[in-house]
Design a protein. Structure first.
Lengths: 307, 309, 462
């Protein structure tokens, strides 16, 4: 744009506005420098070192990165787990939120009651979520397996079979999609009724209306929720940490990227390796987000732009 | 109760019951089937969603025998209501609550609300060159994984001698939260420019305009920010896990985890599960009450964050 | 208006902001990122007034917390830590908490916190030789030799054996369950094959295939850990040294290791790994003994502490408790294994009140403390003067341990390996892969060796 030409013709009023604007933005700017930029830069530096907090850092060059990528059994496992998690949890979480919102957006009685019920799990303290589900799904004393047992059925090792743990986590994840659901619901309610009425007159059935009106109209929100889910999916920590008692078990099946990072940093005190892990994660998240935004141009419909 | 709280609904709300009745009368058999199916699904989901909470509360008032019985005991008889109090006093939960609220959540909330409002004001109500670029930078920071900053921040706080204090958890809140800056900016931008212009003509400076005109009009949005910040602090686990290691400064989440560890000693420790569930219920209760009384703020706040439109 | 501008912003400005961020990041990254090691804060010794010092003392176990008030009520406490001083005692300090406290420079003055070798080898604890020279309570000849061995690193003493030491190998079993299964508690198994046949007899499922009772989880030994200050049970049972501290060579990929992983894995396969993991969710993943106390598990490999702990935790099960020698492979039949090790109190460099903190390590050897701990929890120290009066038959099964000190024919070696906690984690991972049938024991042993050698280099010891 014409930023360069503008700088030359800057008026005293504009200069004053810049000063005042910056002054008001100062808390964020300072915070950005101190709590974001400096940590990121020093994280980058540490990622090239061996540092256990107790002895001074030793510069290693690219060793941390090279070892992780070429020669670390655990790294492969956590990458697999994390990619699995992101690929399933993000779409399924968004889908769950969207379907709940669709259901609530139909003509129903006691809508705010159902909305409250669907929303509430998303604001419960995560320690509570973890321990209540752990208790419910426990193989011996859990309500679910207790019921199965009393019916003479075999119990389901939800949280103890490495193959079942991640799907179980997905279920819990889909249960706690209230926030995304509310966002969808608000958007759905903004879709002009006239559009549906016109479509109904044209003979479009509910499915066609969904496909041709609802989904295009809320596609920016789908993208938004998907991006958020991707970003947070890569950083999934607290629930698997609590559910596995910090072990990432059974058999490393819930050892996600951030658990591995945390373990390296605060259990093994391998700060260098932990920072290298963090930077790989950073790069991957930026890449994924970029790809999502680029790809989204094809299918996301912005009402404001195309009119 | 049936009236939706979302503002766009209020206009049609009064007629809603009437129109629904009319609709019911006009329905065909197929439509009836759809309706029944819809409510069946809704009810099934609602029960599934509530089950964990029901189980939490009902297990809180069981004794060990009732917990370990197969088939599971749906509602214990007799009930042991004193479990709530016994569980609460089995660890120093009064102190943990004090730490969580007074030493963490309240300062964090005050800091976040004021700093985020100020920065959001800059990005919405003051026109300055480069503003949108800087704002985009604010948004971009949302993508930075917390894990990149974690270790360096730990080292910084270590050098500052802030470990085992609440400073690492509280101080960063005084420098604005990108998400809430964004949220408040959206809200501030929806207020008409004429308001500030009038104030400026009256000779008010930006600070006065912000405090006297904009913030009073933005109380709902500020309440949302306050509510969410407070809740994040109340629910926070990772922050205290890393920074606060001495028991006098534990927060509720860490206290609950200690109870969870007692469950690991089953056979050794009695009433481990009822206690865990009792305290879980008790720390969920404030969230539930907040949600019950401020449902509107919650829902609207979350809708606001969703880049509506 | 605002809504529309948001839509526009979400892509273009977002990307612009992103590039701005990465450019500024790069610029900053190119400028020399000096990380001065920071001026270390002065030690906490300064400024303590004449009266009323508070010595912080942490232990990682939870159970001493229950008797903390009684412990601190010792009328003689002042003799050890100075009259007028008090102890700020914390129990149940978990791993993250203690590691971050030590790494973050906020450790207690004195503590029994695990990770002993990590602390010694990284120089975060004080050498204690000079304190010991002048101490009337602490000297080498007053401690069980095995316990004195584990407190040293490269010839220097860094810890004082705490109140949970003594000897640490025994096969405990529940005689009631054994008899019920038609087995003879007077003839406990001595080899792994014999143990396995007991295990088979004692493991029961209901009609639906749910596990209702089982014989033993051999990985229970030492709470499921690998090498550490409690030795390494698997290596001792098969009789190999996993590391040579002189040549710095690992010996993890050997026939004994393979046999060990295979043999112990069979026990888990019989129960079913998922059943066991589910059981552990109830019984706890890090703690052990719960299933034994609940009479779901008939046998357990533990140490001298088990008889006393059972009495204090589950008195109705305790009378059935019996102790025997831990199992060995057929080739070593008759070998009687024992190990002396355990826990130690350390003075942290970043802590203060040094003299008083050392006083705490003396105090915990006193009859008052040891009696309380022995009575209320069931633990014994490494302090020989205390054993003159200790009641050897206080708890069912305890006598075996006292006798075993004289009868043992093989004392597990105490091996100093700086990356032992890493090997422990790796060992826990590969053994699970073995009993889940994902890799063979041979592959597991090779992998363990490989990982260990790599970590040795990566941790900067090579």
């Amino acid at each position: 744009m014409s930023v360069l030409t503008q700088i030359r013709q800057i008026t005293p009023r504009e200069r004053r506005n810049i000063l005042v604007g910056l002054l008001f933005a100062l808390p964020w700017l300072i915070g950005f420098l101190g709590f974001t930029l400096y940590p990121i830069v020093s994280s980058f530096y540490y990622s090239f070192t061996r540092y256990d907090l107790l002895r001074p850092p030793v510069f290693l060059g690219f060793d941390n990165y090279v070892n992780l990528i070429t020669d670390d059994q655990d790294f492969r496992i956590v990458v697999y787990n994390t990619v699995w998690w992101v690929l399933f949890s993000a779409p399924l979480g968004v889908l769950s939120a969207f379907l709940m919102a669709l259901l609530l957006n139909t003509n129903i009685v006691a809508r705010s009651f159902f909305r409250a019920v669907f929303f509430f799990p998303s604001i419960v303290p995560v320690v509570v979520t973890a321990f209540v589900w752990q208790f419910l799904l426990n193989i011996q004393y859990g309500a679910v397996n207790g019921t199965l047992q009393s019916l003479g059925l075999p119990t389901v090792p939800f949280l103890s079979d490495p193959k079942l743990v991640k799907p179980t986590l997905i279920l819990i994840h889909m249960w706690a999609q209230g926030a995304a659901m509310v966002i969808f619901l608000a958007t759905l309610q903004d879709v002009p009724r006239s559009l549906y009425e016109a479509a109904t007159v044209d003979g479009a059935n509910a499915l066609r209306r969904l496909w041709h009106i609802t989904i295009p109209m809320v596609s920016p929100i789908i993208l938004f929720n998907a991006v958020l889910s991707f970003i947070s999916g890569f950083q999934y920590f607290t629930l698997p940490w609590l559910l596995s008692g910090g072990t990432g078990g059974p058999n490393q099946s819930t050892e996600f990227y951030s658990l591995f990072l945390y373990r390296n940093a605060f259990v093994y005190l391998r700060m260098g390796k932990a920072n290298a892990l963090a930077w790989i994660l950073f790069a991957v998240i930026i890449f994924f987000t970029f790809v999502l935004f680029r790809a989204s141009g094809r299918f996301v419909y912005y009402a404001g732009n195309s009119r | 109760m049936t009236t939706s709280t979302a503002p766009q609904q209020t206009a049609i709300a009064p007629n809603r019951t009437v129109s629904q009745l009319q609709r019911l009368r006009k329905m065909s058999a197929a439509q009836w089937a759809t309706e029944i199916l819809k409510y069946a699904v809704l009810l099934f989901l609602a029960i599934t969603f509530l089950l964990p909470f029901y189980w939490m509360v009902s297990s809180a008032i069981k004794n060990d025998t009732q917990v370990y019985t197969v088939p599971p005991v749906l509602w214990p008889d007799p009930q042991f209501w004193n479990n709530f109090w016994d569980a609460w006093s089995s660890e120093n939960f009064n102190l943990f609550t004090f730490n969580t609220v007074v030493r963490y959540a309240i300062p964090a909330t005050v800091g976040t609300v004021f700093s985020s409002a100020m920065v959001a004001y800059s990005f919405s109500r003051i026109r300055w060159i480069g503003r949108d670029t800087v704002f985009a930078l604010v948004l971009a920071t949302l993508m930075i994984p917390g894990w990149v900053r974690l270790v360096p921040l730990f080292i910084i706080f270590k050098k500052l001698g802030w470990l085992n204090t609440f400073w690492p958890l509280v101080v960063p809140n005084f420098f604005g939260n990108a998400f809430f800056i964004f949220l408040l900016r959206q809200f501030f931008m929806s207020l008409p420019d004429e308001l500030s212009d009038a104030a400026r003509i009256d000779g008010a400076n930006e600070l006065q305009t912000m405090f006297r005109i904009i913030l009073p009009l933005s109380v709902p949005a500020l309440a949302v920010v306050a509510l969410f910040t407070f809740m994040d602090a109340w629910n926070d686990y990772l922050g205290p896990l890393i920074y606060v290691n001495i028991e006098e400064k534990w927060v509720l989440a860490l206290g609950v985890q200690r109870l969870r560890n007692a469950v690991a000693e089953i056979g050794n420790r009695q009433l481990a599960y009822p206690y865990l569930m009792a305290v879980s219920s008790l720390i969920t209760l404030p969230i539930f009450l907040a949600f019950f009384f401020a449902q509107r703020s919650f829902i609207e706040g979350i809708s606001l964050t969703g880049l509506k439109g | 208006m605002s809504q529309m501008s948001m839509n526009n912003l979400s892509r273009r400005d977002f990307l612009r902001g992103l590039s701005a961020l990465s450019v500024s990041g790069l610029l900053a990254a190119c400028s020399p990122a000096g990380t001065p090691s920071g001026s270390e804060a002065e030690g906490g010794d300064t400024g303590a007034s004449q009266e009323g010092k508070t010595i912080s003392y942490w232990v990682f176990w939870g159970s001493p917390g229950a008797i903390a008030d009684e412990l601190l009520a010792d009328p003689e406490l002042g003799k050890y830590i100075g009259e007028g001083n008090t102890i700020d005692f914390k129990s149940g300090v978990d791993q993250q908490a203690r590691l971050t406290a030590v790494a973050g420079g906020t450790p207690p003055d004195v503590g029994i916190l695990g990770e002993y070798l990590d602390f010694m080898s990284r120089g975060v604890v004080d050498p204690l030789d000079s304190y010991i020279e002048t101490s009337e309570v602490i000297s080498q000849d007053k401690f069980i030799p095995g316990n004195w061995e584990v407190i040293q690193y490269q010839g220097t003493v860094y810890g004082i054996p705490g109140f949970e030491c003594f000897v640490r190998r025994g096969l405990e079993f529940n005689s009631r369950m054994i008899e019920e299964a038609g087995l003879d508690p007077e003839n406990p198994p001595v080899t792994w094959d014999e143990l396995f046949s007991w295990h088979e007899t004692l493991t029961k499922f209901d009609d639906a295939g749910n596990l209702v009772q089982y014989g033993i989880d051999p990985y229970d030994a030492e709470g499921g850990t690998g090498p550490g200050n409690d030795g390494w049970f698997m290596a001792e049972s098969w009789g190999f040294d996993y590391f040579d501290p002189d040549t710095k060579e690992f010996n993890l990929d050997n026939e004994m290791m393979v046999q060990g992983l295979e043999t112990m894995g069979e026990f888990i396969k019989l129960i079913g790994p998922d059943n066991l993991a589910g059981m552990r969710q109830v019984e706890g993943q890090g703690t052990w003994g719960g299933a034994f106390n609940a009479e779901v598990q008939a046998m357990i490999i533990e140490g001298y502490w088990h008889p006393g702990e059972t009495v204090n935790e589950k008195p109705e099960v305790a009378p059935f408790n019996r102790s025997a020698w831990v199992p060995v492979p057929e080739a070593r039949r008759g070998t009687k294994i024992q190990f002396g090790g355990g826990h130690m109190a350390m003075l942290f460099k970043d802590g203060g009140n040094k003299e008083e903190a050392f006083g705490v390590t003396e105090w915990i050897q006193s009859d008052y403390v040891c009696n309380l701990i022995f009575d209320k929890i069931g633990w014994l120290p490494a302090y020989l003067p205390y054993f003159d009066n200790a009641d050897q038959e206080k708890y069912p099964g305890l006598k075996f341990y006292f006798d075993s000190v004289k009868e043992a024919t093989y004392w597990g070696p105490f091996i100093i390996c700086e990356i032992q906690s890493f090997i422990e984690t790796q060992y826990q991972q590969v053994r699970e892969q073995v009993f889940r049938g994902e890799i063979t024991a041979t592959e597991a042993a090779a992998q363990l060796q490989d990982e260990a050698v790599k970590e040795w280099k990566a941790a900067g010891f090579a």
